[in-house]
Design a protein around this ligand. Structure first.
Ligand code: PXL
Length: 285
């Protein structure tokens, strides 16, 4: 008889997102963050993007029914403790995701917590979402969300508020909460008034919580938002309450940005694997 194996099934988290051929953002970032957070990552791919560190040159959406089938196939067999979204590409894809999530209990009244990161564009400004799909975020996804995690560019697109100071960040959180998510996290990474720190704002409809963190002098932040959403979903899958899962995600992404690295001629990626032990540098036992 062979040796017994020692693995224990970790919490299971699904990302519903696009691929980045440069390996920095999207599904690649999510899976690295899942690994760093000790959860098993499952994938429903929404679109294949052709890109490198300089920009996106192609977007190829997956048929909506194939996106839905990935979600249902995974949920039905493997089971899920949390799910998150990244690039969703189009309104028909969002509609298919919502129908599949309703069927398997992701978000809404279902038992599986749902993190919605409303990705609209790459950090180069290349579109990752059709314009007419914004309304599907507001009306279909946000009401089913456990927490939404827009950055300030996404806030402007979604609710038309140009956030230039903390008070507008508070206003934006209130307006976004009115669209139905349980929690709103307005990420402050793009706020000019915070020159040496980065303050994210969490709101549950009653209480505001500021989450301050350092600001790093780097352009290598590709995949940062994705990693944070994935870490928050991992925290929820581990059974943390939303405020604790968001604090966990913030701590995780701060370290991922601290360990970001140059890659190619453009924007390098954050390093969601900062937490993983470099076993190959250790002596062989
Ligand atoms: O970081 C947002 C994002 C999400 N998903 C994909 C991306 C990007 C940014 O470029 O390419 C596939």
């Amino acid at each position: 008889m062979g040796e017994p194996t020692v693995g224990v099934t970790p919490p299971r988290v699904l990302t519903i997102a696009g691929t980045d051929s440069g390996g920095g953002a999207g599904v690649a970032a999510d899976l690295r963050a899942f690994t760093g957070c000790g959860v098993h990552g499952c994938i429903a791919v929404t679109a294949v993007t052709v890109q490198n560190s300089v920009g996106v040159t192609g977007v190829h959406p997956i048929p909506p029914e194939t996106v839905a089938a990935q979600i249902e196939t995974v949920a039905g067999d493997i089971g899920l403790d949390a799910a998150k979204t990244g690039m969703l590409a189009s309104r028909p894809i969002i509609e298919a995701i919502v129908a599949a999530c309703d069927r398997v209990g992701i978000g809404g009244t279902g038992p599986i917590p749902f993190v919605i990161d409303p990705v609209a564009a790459s950090m180069h400004g290349d579109p990752l979402l059709a314009d007419e799909a914004l309304d599907a975020y507001r009306t279909l996804l946000f009401p089913r969300a456990t927490v939404i995690t827009p950055n300030l560019d996404e806030v402007r697109l979604l609710v038309g508020i140009d956030v230039h100071d903390r008070s507008a960040q508070y206003d934006a959180a209130k307006v976004l909460h009115g669209l139905g998510p349980q929690y709103v996290l307005v990420k402050g990474g793009h706020l000019e008034e915070d020159v040496d720190r980065c303050v994210d704002l969490l709101y549950d409809g009653h209480t505001f919580t500021e989450l301050p963190g350092p600001r790093f002098d780097t352009g290598n932040t590709h995949g940062g938002g994705d990693s944070m959403g994935a870490a928050i979903a991992s925290g929820l899958a581990r059974g943390l309450a939303v405020p604790e899962a968001v604090a966990f995600g913030k701590r995780y992404v701060v370290e991922a940005v601290r360990h970001s690295y140059p890659l190619g001629a453009g924007h390098g990626p954050v390093s969601p694997l900062w937490a993983v032990r470099h076993w190959w540098e250790e002596p062989t036992p």
